[in-house]
Design a protein around this ligand. Structure first.
Ligand SMILES: Cc1cc2nc3c(=O)[nH]c(=O)nc-3n(C[C@H](O)[C@H](O)[C@H](O)COP(=O)(O)O)c2cc1C
Length: 391
């Protein structure tokens, strides 16, 4: 029987009031790497708007794994703020997830004042510094840091953690044969490239398994020639399933390092993106911007064709993501066997969209996927079309 997207559903050990998840959209509201009232308010909006669960974007597991130094990294000082956030979201009837991960080559070493780590040494396009190859010791430390971060989320009363295995962040860069040129047990064969993902998922399961839901946000493909592609990703998903280390997979695509617009599709906001940087970088981005921010045509449920292949290959609960804006698409996702849908931009545009959809199943999102929300991540993420912070 096809599930009702607005009916309650189990996700690992937790029950959500419905099957709609607000996907991680980095909030840019943690200037000292700590929870602020603004961040709590940001998550109360979709919670009041009726989602089953909201996702606190990108909580780094270690300081060099932040994309920039204004981000939360999971240390003891964050616990009281996270607890306040979780309590506030729960009071609205929604659950809350923390996206935990290590940015790897996507980290900004200049902002962090720490070298970025990747599978192999290469030049960082962010700040023109070298990215260092992570040692086996670094990888062990980072794996343990994920387990600690998951315990912190649990202690703060979160319902889920989402492991960032996408977008060429650290784990995803290890999965990519293009970025991972290592000759040790973490490079070469897919078994070796997937070792970090599997180790982290197992460590997190060992730390918090059965106490909160564990989701992995996994790239289906990087959108980069020679990068990670469906065949390999389906195999990694099968290994995660066989390990029993995750409760669900959220399927994504793209590379924040090499092909960011592939994540989103829609217009490339080159001018608005360039405007976030100081003058010399701004000019360079304006000139090179349309190559780096290469636009892809937007389509409702643009990841569905790829995600279907995972549905066919796996029994794990899957979360469909990417261009979901309508009841009809949610129903299609349920009919095709996806357990949840995740929505990002449509809920930034209109956090109350689900209420509108419930009362009118034909309701259409106001999001026009202009992607001008994207460059706002540096100063408080919002939809530029919505009245500021009031929707
Ligand atoms: C402003 C903005 C910030 C984002 N930040 C994150 C992030 O921190 N972590 C992540 O995994 N994805 C991030 N994403 C990607 C979304 O989670 C999602 O994968 C993508 O927007 C596609 O979903 P949609 O079509 O519903 O918007 C971000 C997207 C937007 C628009």
């Amino acid at each position: 029987m096809t599930a009702d997207v607005f009916g309650p559903a189990r996700l690992g050990p937790v029950e959500l009031r419905n099957r709609v998840i607000k996907a991680a959209t980095f909030e840019g509201m943690t200037p000292h790497g700590l929870v602020t009232d603004e961040l709590i308010e940001f998550h109360l909006r979709p919670a009041r708007g009726g989602v089953g669960m909201t996702t606190v974007a990108y909580c780094a597991t270690s300081p060099e794994g932040r994309t920039d130094r204004h981000q939360i990294w999971m240390r003891p000082e964050v616990l009281p703020g996270l607890r306040r956030l979780a309590d506030a979201v729960h009071a609205e009837g929604a659950a809350v997830s923390a996206q935990i991960g290590h940015a790897g080559p996507v980290a900004n070493p200049v902002s962090n004042r720490l070298p970025a780590l990747g599978p192999s040494r290469r030049l960082s396009p962010l700040g023109m510094r070298m990215i260092n190859a992570a040692s086996a010791g670094d990888l062990d430390r980072i794996t343990q840091a994920h387990a600690r971060a998951a315990r912190t989320a649990r202690d703060a009363g979160f319902d889920a953690v989402e492991l960032h295995f996408g977008h060429n962040y650290l784990v995803s860069s290890f999965l990519s044969a293009k970025l991972n040129r290592r000759g040790d047990r973490f490079g070469g064969s897919l078994t070796n490239r997937a070792r970090l993902a599997l180790d982290i998922a197992r460590a997190v399961r060992g730390a918090v398994g059965g106490q909160l839901a564990i989701i992995a946000k996994l790239n289906m493909d990087d959108g980069v020639p020679g990068g990670f592609w469906l065949d390999e990703s389906i195999q990694v998903a099968r290994w995660l399933e066989a390990d029993g280390s995750v409760d669900a997979l959220e399927l994504t695509a793209g590379s924040s390092l090499l092909n960011p617009m592939y994540l989103f599709t829609g217009d490339a906001p080159v001018r608005e993106f360039a405007a976030q940087f100081p003058r010399p970088a701004r000019l360079a981005i304006q000139l090179a911007g349309s190559r780096f921010l290469r636009a892809y045509p937007y389509q409702e449920a643009y990841l569905l064709d790829r995600a279907r292949q995972f549905r066919a290959a796996l029994n794990l609960p899957l979360i469909l993501l990417g261009g979901i804006t309508r009841k009809q698409t949610m129903d299609l996702a349920m009919a095709e066997g996806f357990a949840f849908v995740a929505m990002a931009r449509a809920l930034l545009r209109e956090p109350g969209l689900l209420h509108r959809i419930r009362s009118d199943p034909e309701a259409r999102s106001l999001c026009i996927h202009c992607n001008k929300c994207m460059p706002t991540i540096y100063r408080g993420t919002h939809c530029v079309l919505a009245s500021p912070r009031t929707t």
